[in-house]
Design a protein around this ligand. Structure first.
Ligand code: GCU
Length: 417
C-alpha cells in the first residue's frame, strides 16, 4: 500500500513536470550571453592566473555563495570518528573494508553518519581515493551483509521501501573494478548529512551550526547542497588520518544532485584534486541560460531546500542571475574537472553540460592547461581527457561501468596511476 502511494506520488510529480512545458528542442534555446569569466566587477580583465586567484576568483566565489548555494559557515563543529568494523579480506581478499561512524556535534545536539571504505590490499603503500555519496545507503552499494544500514535512511524511507533492499545500487559502485585499478573508495549516504526532504533540515548537520534557527532562514543561508559539499570535506579530513591514503590524490565523484554538490565542494575545497560531475544538470554543470530540460523555476519548486533563498528570485529569470555554471567549473582550476553526460538524459541538458566545460576554458588556459578546443560536442563514447574532461555515453541518467572506466582513465592520467 505504501509503495503504491509512493508510486502515485511519483506519477503526480512527473506529470507536474510534464505540464511545465519543458523545452527539449534545441532550436528553442534562447539567444543568451554568458556572464563574463575574466572581467572583474571593476571592469578590468584578468590576464594571469595570479590575478584570477587574487581578484576574479573571490568575486565569483562570493556570487555563488550569496546567490546560488548559500554560505558555508566559517565556524566548525566537532566531528568524532569511531571505527565500527574492519575486514582485511573484503572483495574476495582484494581489499580492506572499514566502516567508520562519524558523530557531528555542537555539544548539545548531534547527528550521525557512516563512512564505508574499501582500500586495495595491493599495491602496498599509499593509494589515490574516490570520495562520493551514495543515494540509498551504504548497504545499497554491495551485497555484503556485513555492511551496515546508513542512519540517515530511516529518516527519509519507511521500512519496506525498495531503498532498504541490500545491493539495490551495486551497478553504480563497481568496487572490484575501482580496487582492481589501484584506487580506494570512500562513500557515505547523502541522507546522513542532510536527509533529502525540506522538512528534515532539523536533522541535518546545518542544524548543529551556530546561528541555526528553524523558524528563520536568511536569503543567503546554506541549504542541502551546501551541507552535502561540507560533508564531503569532512570525509577528506578523515581520509587524512588514514595511513593508506595518498592525500595528494583525492578525487570526488558525484552523480546528479550529488554532481551539483561535488562541483560546489570542489570549488571550495582545494584538497579535491579531481572533481567529477556525472549527469549533474541544472544547478550542476549545465548552463542555466539555455533553459533546456530542468530550469531554475522547476528545480526550486521541486526541491526548495537545495539552494539558498536568494536563488529563488531567478525562477524564470535566468538572465538576471549574476553567474552561470561555466564559472563554477572554472573555480576548480587548476585542479582537474570532468563532466559526464548521458545521451537520453535530456532533463540534465547534455549539451549545456558540455558547453559549460568548454566555456570554463579561458581560466584553465591562464594556467597553460589543456582545455576543450571546440564547441562541437564529441561523439558518443569519445571521451575528451585534457585538464578539463568530458564524455557523453549512450543511455539514461545513471552511473555505469562505462562512466567509471572513463573516470578511472582520467584519474590515471592526472594521478599518473
Ligand atoms: C531530479 C532533479 C535533478 C537531480 C536528479 C537526481 O531529477 O530534478 O536536478 O539531478 O533528481 O539527483 O537524481
Amino acid at each position: 500500500m505504501k509503495n503504491l502511494t509512493y508510486f502515485i506520488l511519483c506519477l503526480a510529480v512527473t506529470s507536474i513536470y510534464a505540464q511545465q512545458n519543458v523545452n527539449y528542442d534545441e532550436s528553442k534555446v534562447p539567444a543568451y550571453t554568458l556572464p563574463e569569466l575574466l572581467k572583474c566587477q571593476n571592469g578590468e580583465m584578468v590576464t594571469t592566473a595570479e590575478e584570477w586567484e587574487k581578484q576574479r576568483r573571490p568575486e565569483l566565489m562570493e556570487l555563488f555563495a550569496s546567490h546560488v548555494y548559500g554560505r558555508t559557515p566559517a565556524e566548525s563543529i566537532d566531528v568524532y570518528h569511531e571505527l565500527l568494523t574492519e575486514n582485511p579480506e573484503a572483495l574476495g581478499g582484494k581489499a580492506t573494508c572499514r566502516q567508520v561512524k562519524f558523530t557531528f556535534s555542537n555539544g548539545n545536539k548531534k547527528t550521525e553518519a557512516i563512512l564505508l571504505m574499501y582500500i586495495p590490499n595491493k599495491p602496498k603503500g599509499k593509494v589515490p581515493v574516490f570520495v562520493g555519496y551514495n543515494f540509498n545507503g551504504n548497504h545499497s552499494t554491495t551485497t555484503d551483509t556485513t555492511i551496515l544500514y546508513s542512519p540517515g535512511l530511516r529518516l527519509v524511507r519507511e521500512p519496506g521501501h525498495p531503498d532498504w533492499e541490500r545491493g539495490n545500487q551495486t551497478n553504480r559502485w563497481p568496487y572490484d573494478m575501482i580496487i582492481g585499478r589501484g584506487y580506494a573508495v570512500a562513500t557515505m549516504c547523502y541522507h546522513d548529512i542532510f536527509p533529502d526532504k525540506p522538512e528534515l533540515k532539523d536533522h541535518s548537520v546545518i542544524s548543529l551550526f551556530p546561528g541555526y534557527d528553524p523558524q528563520k532562514t536568511a536569503p543567503d543561508d546554506w541549504q542541502a547542497i551546501g551541507a552535502w559539499a561540507l560533508g564531503s570535506s569532512r570525509i577528506v579530513d578523515f581520509l587524512e588520518t588514514q595511513k593508506e591514503i595518498d592525500t595528494d590524490k583525492i578525487a570526488i565523484m558525484g552523480h546528479s544532485r550529488q554532481g551539483k554538490a561535488a562541483l560546489w565542494a570542489g570549488a571550495q575545497d582545494p584538497r579535491f584534486r579531481i572533481v567529477i560531475s556525472n549527469n549533474s544538470g541544472c544547478g550542476g554543470a549545465a548552463l542555466f541560460r539555455r533553459k533546456f530540460g530542468e530550469t531554475i523555476e522547476i528545480i526550486n519548486k521541486a526541491f526548495p531546500h537545495w539552494f539558498c533563498e536568494n536563488f529563488h528570485q531567478y525562477n524564470n529569470k535566468e538572465e538576471w542571475l549574476p553567474v552561470d555554471q561555466h564559472q563554477l567549473l572554472a573555480l576548480i582550476a587548476p585542479r582537474k574537472v570532468y563532466v559526464a553526460s548521458a545521451e537520453e538524459d535530456l532533463w540534465a541538458d547534455p549539451r549545456g553540460e558540455f558547453l559549460a566545460a568548454y566555456d570554463a576554458g579561458p581560466v584553465y588556459r591562464l594556467y597553460g592547461l589543456e582545455t576543450i578546443n571546440q564547441d562541437k560536442m564529441p561523439g558518443l563514447h569519445k571521451p575528451i581527457m585534457g585538464d578539463i574532461g568530458y564524455h557523453i555515453r549512450a543511455g539514461k541518467h545513471d552511473v555505469t561501468e562505462y562512466d567509471w572506466a572513463c573516470f578511472l582513465d582520467f584519474a590515471g592520467k592526472h594521478f599518473k596511476n
